[in-house]
Write a protein that binds this ligand. Structure first.
Ligand code: PNS
Length: 158
């Protein structure tokens, strides 16, 4: 049984994140999405709200669980008996930071491997930050996330 964790901020989740979760759920027996409780980043949504949003968006994928976490991703992986950390790679601009993080995680926990999934082309430009930027100017969010998430962003900002 191969368990993967997919850590991130998910503030909030986009179609890009949901695409990675869906594809990871095919390759791994269980996928545990870890929502980082990162007070330093002052997120738009509380950790409970981000977990809630992801639970609703992934309710039809039986081998996916959503959990909040604090601290190191490798500790979250170990606590959940995961052998793999999944991350999405959109473009070369992601690569340097992701490589450094994967290498650091490997030093901290040689028993946990990082697996990168390349983001589907249609979402390669997309991030939570971009979605929030468009939302602040009341732009159309329908290409960025499912209607429930768009609604949650609007309710928060407008
Ligand atoms: O969605 P994000 O913000 O790109 O996710 C980044 C995340 C949460 C994966 C990363 O910041 C992280 O793993 N944070 C927890 C602390 C940690 O383990 N850092 C990596 C080793 S330095």
């Amino acid at each position: 049984m191969v368990i993967a964790v997919y850590p991130g901020s998910f503030d909030p989740a986009t179609y890009g994140h949901l695409d990675i979760i869906q594809r990871a759920s095919v390759s791994f027996d269980q996928v545990i999405v870890g929502v980082l409780h990162n007070s330093a980043k002052s997120p738009l949504f509380s950790v409970e709200e981000r977990v809630n949003i992801l639970e609703k968006a992934t309710k039809d994928i039986p081998n996916v669980k959503i959990k909040p976490f604090d601290g190191l991703s490798v500790n979250f992986a170990r606590e959940n008996r995961a052998q793999v950390i999944v991350r999405g790679l959109r473009a070369v601009t992601d690569f340097e930071y992701e490589l450094q993080m994967a290498q650091t995680n490997r030093v901290l926990a040689p028993d946990v491997d990082t697996v990168f999934l390349t983001t589907s082309l249609e979402y390669a430009y997309l991030s939570s930050t971009i979605m929030k930027e468009v939302a602040r100017y009341r732009g159309d969010l329908s290409k960025f996330a499912p209607p429930e998430i768009v609604e949650a962003v609007r309710a928060k900002l407008y």
